[in-house]
Design a protein around this ligand. Sequence first.
Ligand code: AHG
Ligand code: MN
Ligand code: MN
Length: 305
Amino acid sequence: MLGIKTLKEHLAILPDDLATLIETFAQISMDMQTNFPKYLSGVENEPNKYGEAVAKLDAWANKTLCDNLLQTGLVRKIYSEELQTPVEGREDAPFVITLDPLDGSSNITTNNAFGIILGIYRSDFPQKGRDLVAAAYKLYGPVNTLVYTTGKGVHEFVKHYYEDGAVRFLLLHENMKLPIKPEVFGVGGKPMQWSGNFREFAKNLFKEKKMRPRYCGTFVADFSQVLHRGGFFSYPSTEGAPDGKLRLAYECAPLSFICENAGGASWDGRSGSILDVQIEDADARIPLYLGNKEVIEELKKTQGN
Ligand code: AHG
Ligand code: MN
Ligand code: MN
């Protein structure tokens, strides 16, 4: 059953500036969806700073989000996966933002789920994921959801269509916690390029722990199932890419912040939680392992840490 609380009402206990920023993000992400069919094919002429092809939808989502978020006057700087250099807003504005404007680009043509990842800080880098004042993700699936945390509970909202034509996010789940029993797992990259140790660990997830493999190729969607059903997600260090594929600031820090606030754990494969890694370079990649605490603890043991 849907709660009757709107996102706006839920945000009312936050400082006004933070509430307005999250509400604006939610509103833009809702409006954006109507335009998706216009940008389903084609790529930009230039690759992004990672050398990856930029889909028309990546470029449009990036511009739409940056323009609208800057317009609030609340944003001092935006770091985005799809920007060569950060874009500057008002010098005296309170927030610095990180954006993965479209997470799951390879799922655009196949009509599988994709989304957006947002990180909100009060200071500029260098800093840690633990310094996030809020993180949110938007997931465009058969229904459209928004999950956010400000470090005090993880809450999920769903886009709701009222009979009078109004559209609003309504509360779906409040104070979410990963279920105790881990049920699903998803791992990115090619299994033969994972380390032998990690391959063995992954095998035991289905062999011994009886978990189900579920991998969609969109981080927010793969994470959403861990949040709802309990489990494990990783884009590990691989032979050809020791730092993995996912981006520390744009992808890993915000979703690790949500995961840990929902009672889960994250690990960088080296020293500890993703949230304790100092972000010196906003464009850096990092190996990522997250999910139920006991699964992450077991992983640490088997990987010799
Ligand atoms: P993006 O679309 O922002 O580039 O992110 C794609 C990421 C992430 O969403 C997903 O977990 C991973 O790349 C999928 O990679 P593979 O296609 O290699 O599985
Ligand atoms: Mn992404
Ligand atoms: Mn992206």
